[in-house]
Design a protein around this ligand. Structure first.
Ligand code: TXA
Ligand code: MG
Length: 310
């Protein structure tokens, strides 16, 4: 089933494939031309580096140096899985991948098809398979919405997690989370027995350590905003997304996740895209109170919703 896609990648044609987080747009990490196509297809700024996806631990050494004990512990604990690690790079890593930085991002995704694919093709660069500025794809049809019906996508239905991997810089101490994801700061700290810093997205023009964090990820046609406390949830043109507050009446435009933040993360980008198909002009999300932040997936949800609000 994968053979045609393996051939395409070997010929230098990017292919969308499933991971446990979101669909990625994969291209051979040794093929500059193919990687150029990835930037072009996405409309991605050249100063935003790509994650190299591997299918085993040995491949890390082909890209990274200074792989210290803490990094080994993190790979032991969380790979394959939704944790991207940033290392000092080897000189031979293509500049187009790292956008000229002296670091490289690596991840071993935990999905049987990405595993089989990368085992056959070798390491793949893979940004999320969406046009720059659109929500990451969690379904094959999202990829086709952005890249066209004929775009090659390895179909594995919906992705499991629904939000992108945690990005953790271990190239210097203190280690720093640039993008929260399913692997939390607390889980990381427990494994290495050290505190990690968390970078707040600035959105300004200060030179970004992790360039991707400075770009608006998603500006939907619908306006995303935080719901006010006294909202009566009666505006037909608004999609209300609730997760915690008591709510007796529900209508077609009220979604209530009832504290199931995993499901909320799983569906968020699909809901954003649905709103763009014209039904709603506004998406109002119930704010997260501080005490919820320790719950799984709340901090990545907060991060992505803040980005969508802009
Ligand atoms: O879950 C994921 O990580 C998905 C799936 C497909 O694996 N991929 C993904 O890639 O989200 P992308 O390109 O959409 O996001 C990668 C993020 C960007 O914010 C980028 O700036 C950052 O990782 N990044 C990549 N290399 C970096 C580096 N050397 N230093 C700092 N940040 C880096
Ligand atoms: Mg992306």
């Amino acid at each position: 089933m994968l053979n045609q896609y393996i051939s395409l990648i070997k010929e230098g044609q990017p292919v969308a494939f499933p991971t446990e987080t979101v669909y990625g747009l994969g291209a051979d990490a040794q093929n500059r031309n193919a990687i150029q196509k990835v930037f072009k297809i996405k409309g991605r700024p050249a100063d935003n580096p790509l994650i190299v996806h591997v299918s085993d631990r040995r491949q890390v050494q082909d890209f990274a140096t200074d792989i210290h004990d803490d990094a080994e512990k993190l790979m032991d604990a969380f790979w394959p899985g939704p944790l991207t690690l940033i290392f000092r790079k080897k000189p031979e890593v293509l500049d187009i991948i790292t956008a000229g930085l002296d670091t490289v991002a690596l991840r071993w995704p935990n999905h049987p098809l990405s595993q089989q694919l990368i085992t056959q093709t070798g390491p793949l660069v893979a940004p999320s398979a969406n046009s720059s500025g659109r929500p990451s794809p969690t379904k094959p049809k999202h990829v086709k919405e952005d890249f066209g019906d004929d775009f090659p996508v390895i179909n594995a239905g919906e992705t499991n997690i629904g939000l992108e991997s945690t990005v953790l810089d271990v190239s210097q101490e203190p280690y720093r989370i640039y993008r929260p994801g399913a692997i939390s700061a607390k889980q990381i700290e427990q494994v290495i027995d050290k505190k990690v810093e968390i970078t707040k997205s600035t959105g300004d023009n200060t030179p970004a350590k992790s360039p991707g964090t400075k770009y608006t990820h998603y500006s939907p046609t619908a306006t995303v905003r935080w719901m006010t406390e006294d909202a009566d949830l009666t505006d037909d043109s608004t999609l209300y997304i609730l997760h915690n507050r008591p709510q007796k009446t529900t209508t077609d435009n009220i979604l209530h996740y009832q504290g199931d933040y995993e499901r909320m993360a799983h569906e968020l980008y699909d809901r954003f895209r649905q709103a763009d198909h014209g039904n709603f002009t506004t998406i109002a999300v119930e704010p997260f109170s501080k005490n919820l932040l320790t719950k799984p997936m709340v901090s990545p949800l907060l991060n992505r919703i803040e980005k969508a609000i802009g």
